[in-house]
Ligand binder design. Structure first.
Ligand code: FEO
Length: 382
């Protein structure tokens, strides 16, 4: 695949991983992107997961068409991109590795060698001339690892953005960008919004015509759409006005309250999304919690606390700096309901959360008072 006359795609699609990074379902697979830049000097941008090393080296060899690479540029050391470094360095014994000093430390930890006699260490605004083009390196610490750099090619006006602007999904399956990019962003990068904001500021000084991420499609058109979403996500602003309801239910009574609330909200013209946390993808629920401006949490009191799936869900939100939203609570308990208090306490360190005034306490099953409270909550959330 040509990105420009002299920048070629040499990445691979993964349809065998069940859980990406050990926790994210990837029903449409994953892409590990890698690029070849052909100039007077030849540079390869990142490697791929070791399980796809042979396929990648084969892609690379074909694209090189008899040339040999001068540089391997390593932007990120997570093994989905760094896994094939050693094999590359063995195969192309004259190539040098261009990377940040922190990445070389990680290479030593991962591989037992940091290729000390073949290193080119780069930092903020370091440049590397390949002949016609100059590459500029921009540090992107904690987006989402500390060693990350991104790379700007001033000739083709390409930003090689590392994991930034990546998504779940292999490149041989077409699907909506935002849905799987948002799930990827909040799952993997979401905690580091402030660091993404810093990177976006640095990138705003560049004339970017193409974004080449390490996952997902190469972005060539309407770049402001993608950059604007990244700005919203990384500044923790809600993206959509509406209500996301996350619940757990043991015998169906809490679920019934959620269904009635969702119906009432829809009747009032509110956009609503609902997730059963015990049965649906947790990362999708985290994504929706950040997407909407209002969140309803409904769960049972359990072992003096809250049902485990809800406990886990709230932890995923708070560790990703969940903020700037309204949160409402529905609790259920057969003898001493404490779930609302426990849920609220879990948000005690969160910033800019507004708790709804209407709180619903279900004592085992819904009564008439609960139905009135659900109506009040629906009105409050409109
Ligand atoms: Fe795609 Fe952070 O590795």
């Amino acid at each position: 695949m040509e990105i420009s006359k002299t920048v070629l795609y040499v990445g691979v699609n993964d349809h065998i991983t069940d859980l990406f990074e050990g926790q994210y379902v990837v029903p449409n697979g994953m892409a590990y992107n890698s690029y070849l830049i052909l100039d007077q000097k030849t540079a390869v941008m990142d490697t791929v997961d070791i399980r796809f090393c042979d396929e990648w080296l084969n892609n690379l060899e074909k694209a090189l068409d008899g040339k040999t690479p001068d540089y391997l540029i390593v932007q990120h050391m997570e093994p989905d991109h760094s896994g094939s470094i050693v094999k590359f360095m063995e195969k192309y014994s004259d190539a040098q590795i261009v990377s940040s000093i922190k990445a070389f430390t990680m290479m030593k930890n991962y591989f037992g060698t940091d290729f000390s006699d073949r290193q080119v260490v780069v930092g903020e605004n370091s440049t590397l001339s390949l002949g016609e083009r100059v590459l500029t390196f921009i540090t992107a610490p904690m987006v989402h690892w500390p060693e990350v750099i991104v790379t700007y090619d001033s000739l083709d006006k390409i930003l090689f953005s590392a994991d930034g602007f990546g998504k779940f999904g292999a490149l041989d399956i077409e699907e909506d960008w935002a849905c799987e990019a948002r799930r990827y962003y909040f799952g993997i990068v979401g905690k580091y919004g402030a660091n993404v904001q810093i990177l976006l500021k640095k990138a705003s000084n560049l004339d970017i015509q193409t974004i080449c991420p390490l996952h997902g499609p190469i972005l060539t058109e309407n770049l402001s759409y993608y950059i604007n979403l990244y700005d919203i996500w990384s500044s923790y602003k809600p993206e959509v006005k509406g209500v996301f309801i996350a619940y757990t239910s043991v015998y169906g009574n809490t679920k019934k309250a959620v269904e009635i609330l969702a119906e009432k909200l829809k009747e009032k013209g509110v956009k609503v999304s609902v997730s059963d946390l015990a049965r649906e993808d947790l990362a999708e629920a985290v994504e929706d919690a950040f997407k909407y401006d209002k969140l309803v949490l409904a769960t049972t009191t359990y072992n003096g606390g809250i049902f485990p799936y809800m406990n886990d869900f709230i932890h995923h939100l708070t560790e990703r700096n969940y903020q700037n939203r309204t949160v409402a609570f529905i609790e259920n308990g057969s003898w001493m309901p404490t779930a609302t208090k426990v849920m609220k306490d879990k948000f005690s360190a969160s910033k800019n959360l507004n708790f709804a005034n209407t709180e619903i306490k279900i004592l085992s099953s819904l009564n008439d008072k609960n139905l009135e409270e659900i109506e009040s909550l629906a009105n409050e959330l409109v």
